[in-house]
Design a protein around this ligand. Structure first.
Ligand SMILES: Nc1ncnc2c1ncn2[C@@H]1O[C@H](COP(=O)(O)OP(=O)(O)OP(=O)(O)O)[C@@H](O)[C@H]1O
Length: 286
């Protein structure tokens, strides 16, 4: 069994809710007792709708916010206290949804990729930029281009190259393909799969779209209102979703073939419409 690279242990983040006069009146349980573990070199998909707590988990992993309770371990060490350090930041990198806004429009692609490479000589930096562009299958000449000269998919390749510049071990991918056309999405997923294999990278892939994880993630977790309602090997979760919310997510996925349609879980409709998660859970509890 490969040892875990990232572990979340009973992780929670609660935000205080304040009255207009500033008194604490309650708490939003954005993340509420979440545990999962990703083995070294593994791919874990975290799915859930908007507001389920996905970004809060990513922010805690990146050290941008601290857990209210529970722990996050990287290579067995609690990240609390490490997350602000340079050594930690070089091990854990994030790729965001919108490469258009995460790349500085005034910097050339080469300059953007070189940001984490400030310690290298000019020559070594240029060679590393070439190498990184090659890894994401872009020509070396793209180093002189600017973000507006690239397509959305190419810009996301640049964002991946920049994230790889300091040779991280864990990549947190927050909706990395949501802003892209379906055909481009598939190419980016293929590229990430290949890079993961070559560089022994570990991935946490966050998306509202569970179907994207089918061919990419080895394990998936489904978040609902801050709780992980289901987790397990991807094929198993897709074949036998146990939680009503997972079934609803899978039933809402657009299908392109009859074969896929046959595999799609059936959920009872209400007045001919898909029920909400609350309605479906209430029906099943009756
Ligand atoms: N700084 C904050 N203060 C108060 N509540 C917050 C804060 N950040 C997030 N929340 C709340 O925590 C819950 C989870 O938010 P989060 O952004 O993690 O969800 P998400 O699944 O990533 O959604 P999205 O895909 O829309 O970003 C939401 O109810 C949100 O309103």
């Amino acid at each position: 069994m490969t040892r875990p690279l990232l572990e979340a242990v009973n992780l929670a983040k609660h935000y205080p809710v304040k009255s207009p006069l500033g008194f604490k009146t309650g708490a939003v349980r954005a993340v509420d007792g979440v545990s999962f573990s990703i083995p070294e070199g593994g791919i874990y998909g975290l799915a859930g709708e908007s507001g389920s707590g996905k970004s809060t988990i990513a922010r805690m992993i990146m050290g941008l916010t601290t857990p209210t309770s529970g722990a996050l371990l990287l290579g067995g060490r609690d990240i609390a206290g490490q997350a602000g350090r340079r050594a930690y930041r070089s091990k854990v990198q994030m790729v965001f949804q919108n490469p258009g806004s995460s790349l500085n429009p005034r910097r050339s692609i080469g300059q953007s990729i070189a940001v984490p490479l400030s310690g290298l000589s000019r020559r070594a930096r240029a060679a590393r930029i070439d190498e990184l562009l090659g890894m994401v299958q872009l020509p070396a000449s793209y180093a002189r281009r600017y973000p507006h000269e690239l397509s959305g998919g190419q810009r996301q390749r640049v964002a991946i190259a920049r994230a790889l510049a300091c040779a991280p071990r864990l990549l947190v991918l927050d909706e990395p393909t949501s802003a892209l056309d379906v055909s481009v999405q598939a190419k980016i997923i293929d590229l990430l799969t290949e890079l993961g294999r070559e560089l022994n990278l570990t991935f946490l892939f966050i998306s509202h779209d569970l179907s994207l994880m089918r061919n990419f993630a080895e394990e998936v977790g489904v978040l609902y209102l801050g709780k992980l309602v289901e987790t397990g090997p991807t094929a198993e979760v897709f074949a036998r979703p146990r939680h009503a919310y997972t079934r609803l997510l899978l039933a809402s996925v657009p299908v392109i073939s009859d074969e896929e349609a046959a595999l799609r879980p059936q959920v009872p409709l209400i007045d001919g419409e898909m029920p909400t998660a609350e309605q479906l859970i209430a029906m099943e509890q009756r």
